[in-house]
Write a new protein. Structure first.
Length: 256
């Protein structure tokens, strides 16, 4: 089974933030234990006597308002976020990052969380379909942090499997999404860091976290399928998602 762990960064209601991001990591079910153990090892360096009390929540680490982060310098806190992301970078070749960054002002009246969720459901389904074409017939499940969107996202997934997304019917998900408490799931905490890295890249122009995991986003035929930048204000955007699609479109136009 392929598990896509997702979490969000940014707020749909905060006018000070231009973006909302939904992002995370796809792994084999058997790999979840390895990621949990690696993050537990990192937690032990922070709270040796109570490592399981350490929850890796990127925005809280960055803000340093709560224990144990409040006793760290800014560089030390940033180092923790980067160390979490390095675990993904150094992990299995089959581990894939996925994220959708929604420029909120580009879609007035729309719920950016729903836009991002539909986009990622379709991308994950296409990823699984591609693997199926290569002989891997395992299906997928989405696992998300508990949120107020739980009922809406479960309903949307059911509709995607019957009526389809804007692009296609979702055929490779085994079940409606599962929602878990992030404190109980190290891999959801990792997903939180992926979302935060993408959020910082698009909302603040800070690529220091994103660059660590940029090579982990699902890619096929030169196109970065695992990252989506939904916006209408910059047709010449140079991010790896937009750029790879423009290059592919130009290549296709030349060959036709």
């Amino acid at each position: 089974m392929h598990l896509l762990y997702l979490d969000d960064a940014g707020s749909a209601q905060n006018p000070q933030e231009e973006y909302l991001v939904l992002g995370g990591v796809s792994i084999f079910e058997a790999q979840a234990d390895w990621f949990a153990r690696e993050l537990d090892k990192l937690a032990t360096t922070i709270e040796p006597s109570h490592p399981h009390d350490v929850e890796f929540h990127a925005s809280e680490i960055f803000s340093r308002r709560r224990h144990p982060w409040k006793d760290m310098t800014r560089d030390e806190a940033k180092g923790v976020i980067k160390a979490v992301l390095e675990i993904l970078k150094q992990s299995y070749d089959t581990a894939r990052a996925f994220a959708c960054a929604v420029h909120k002002a580009s879609y007035p009246g729309a719920d950016p969380m729903e836009l991002a969720f539909e986009d990622l459901c379709s991308r994950f389904d296409l990823y699984l379909a591609r693997l199926r074409g290569e002989g891997d017939r395992q299906r997928g499940i989405l696992i998300l942090d508990e949120s107020s969107h739980e009922t809406t996202l479960q309903r949307m997934t059911r509709e995607f499997r019957t009526l389809g997304t804007k692009w296609r019917v979702v055929r490779n998900l085994a079940e409606t999404p599962l929602f878990v408490n992030s404190r109980a799931s190290r891999v959801v905490q990792l997903a939180d860091h992926v979302a935060y890295a993408v959020f910082r890249r698009f909302n603040a122009g800070d690529s220091s976290y994103f660059d660590i995991i940029s090579s982990k986003f699902d890619m096929s035929d030169g196109v970065v399928h695992g990252l989506s930048h939904k916006q209408t204000n910059n047709p010449q955007c140079m991010c790896i998602a937009c750029m790879s699609r423009r290059v592919a479109q130009a290549r296709a136009a030349q060959s036709s």
